[in-house]
Design a binder for this molecule. Structure first.
Ligand SMILES: *Cc1c(COP(=O)(O)O)cnc(C)c1O
Length: 440
């Protein structure tokens, strides 16, 4: 028995994995990861796999980066944890300054304050509660959110309520907040006019319900979990205009797109607009530790300052025990420092261009329905042959030394931003061969 098989048996006896169907888990031969180096995952039997999806969209500079490792170790020697409720600490302050300096600029408010959470979902929860409380503290209660169909904002109940991914979200419908869904500008089923259709729908929804809406929330430029549905930047400019016209806030969920994943630091930059609240997570610590944040505009923050004569405090009564954990902040600071020093955003843009070139021949492969891409976020939708075609392609890629995880029949490529040329070739070649093997 291999070490992987032995560990998998122990795993199956004791572990319940996220987003996992355990009736097929053992048969799917999960990779038992032991170590990682740069873009490589190494299993307990010493086999190496290219981390083709950045360990679920998180790894920016690769695994075991000496600067991030050193920053975590140095922080650990100084301060492991102290609460952000009532005390503060230097890595939390410095990271806030760094995030504000990096925040997107454009048409819309400047983002000037940082509120921390632990995962993407918890950042979204915070943003939703901030948006609602903002409405009550600046005028009247606006209990509704406008969201896009096929959206994904995380798995906690508030985040699910503003999601629109039927497979993931349908089961929880009776539990959810009242939200208003709008067709997505990325929905291919709407045809080539999808952007105009989605804009018209948003305009009409805001016309009818605008006074009840505290916020419009979107994944800017590309809906990741929906299968990398990229869309026109114009939609975001229209959303900005409609939010302003109706006194609603605009929330950009950049949990997946932030930190150069799309070839710019933020997806918002492709549209030249800024939101009132921006959520980020995943790549913030380089993929090392859990941390997320909500970047807020000054006018939002100011609405939470208690004024003379108020009958109740305007405080945002929300937070988590490990909010702004210093080790996480130190990892994030090191990640952002390296990103700046080594122009990782430029590297990501060039990696995206190189991937586009290498993937071009696949566009005319009969077994490929569509290739969607924004920077280093890529979805290759394959034609179904039997059940779980996307998964079968990923298994075939794995036999060629590349680890991928699909979204339905869309195979996702989202490698670390600093991936080298040889590894980029391997990634695309393994995918192309895997698609042909599964089709045959
Ligand atoms: C992954 C993701 C989330 C949820 O983040 P978690 O860290 O998994 O809670 C939220 N929004 C978007 C756009 C995401 O891609």
């Amino acid at each position: 028995m291999t070490a992987s098989a032995a560990w998998t048996a122990r795993d199956a006896a004791a572990v319940w994995h996220p987003f996992t169907q355990h009736s097929t888990w053992t048969g799917d031969r999960p990779v038992v990861v032991d170590r990682a180096e740069g873009p490589w995952l190494i299993d307990v039997d010493g086999r190496r796999y290219l981390d083709g999806v950045s360990s679920l969209w998180t790894t920016t500079l690769g695994h075991g980066h000496p600067d991030i490792n050193a920053a975590i170790t140095a922080q650990l020697a100084k301060l492991d944890h102290s609460t952000f409720l009532g005390t503060t600490h230097t890595p939390g302050i410095e990271l806030s300054e760094a995030l504000i300096a990096l925040a997107p600029k454009g048409n819309g408010p400047e983002l000037t304050k940082v509120f921390y959470a632990g995962d993407g979902s918890s950042a979204v929860e915070a943003a939703l509660k901030i948006a609602y409380q903002y409405s009550t503290q600046t005028g009247h209660s606006r209990p509704k959110f406008v969201r896009l169909d096929q959206a994904y904002h995380g798995d906690t109940l508030g985040a699910v309520a503003v999601g629109g991914h039927d497979l993931f979200h349908q089961a929880y419908k009776p539990l959810l907040l009242d939200t208003i869904g709008v067709p997505s500008p990325g929905d291919r089923a709407l045809g080539p006019d999808r952007n105009a259709i989605a804009e018209a729908a948003l305009r009409s929804v805001m016309g009818e319900h605008g006074a009840q809406v505290c916020a419009i929330i979107v994944e800017p430029m590309i809906q990741g979990a929906a299968g990398m549905l990229d869309y026109d930047a114009q939609f975001l400019r229209t959303a900005r205009e409609l939010a302003d016209a109706h006194g609603a806030l605009l929330i950009f969920d950049e949990v997946a797109t932030g930190f150069a994943r799309t070839g710019r630091m933020w997806a918002a930059e492709h549209a030249g607009v800024t939101p009132d609240l921006l959520t980020c997570g995943k790549g913030i610590t380089g993929g090392y530790l859990p941390l997320s944040a909500v970047l807020a505009a000054e006018h939002v923050y100011e609405a939470f300052l208690t004024r003379p004569g108020d009958s109740a405090p305007r405080t945002f009564f929300h937070g988590h025990t490990y909010t702004a954990n210093p080790l996480c902040c130190a990892a994030a600071l090191a990640n952002l420092r390296v990103m700046g020093e080594q122009d990782v955003t430029g590297q990501a843009a060039r990696l995206g261009e190189r991937l586009a070139k290498l993937l071009e021949p696949l566009g005319s492969n009969d077994n490929v329905l569509e290739i969607r891409q924004l920077g280093t976020m890529i979805g290759v939708e394959v034609a179904p042959v039997g059940d779980r075609t996307g998964f079968a392609v990923c298994q075939a890629a794995r036999d060629r030394g590349v680890w991928l995880r699909p979204l339905g029949n869309t195979v996702v490529l989202m490698p670390p931003l600093t991936l080298g040329d040889d590894e980029t070739d391997l990634l695309v070649n393994a995918l192309a061969e895997a698609i042909d093997e599964v089709a045959a």
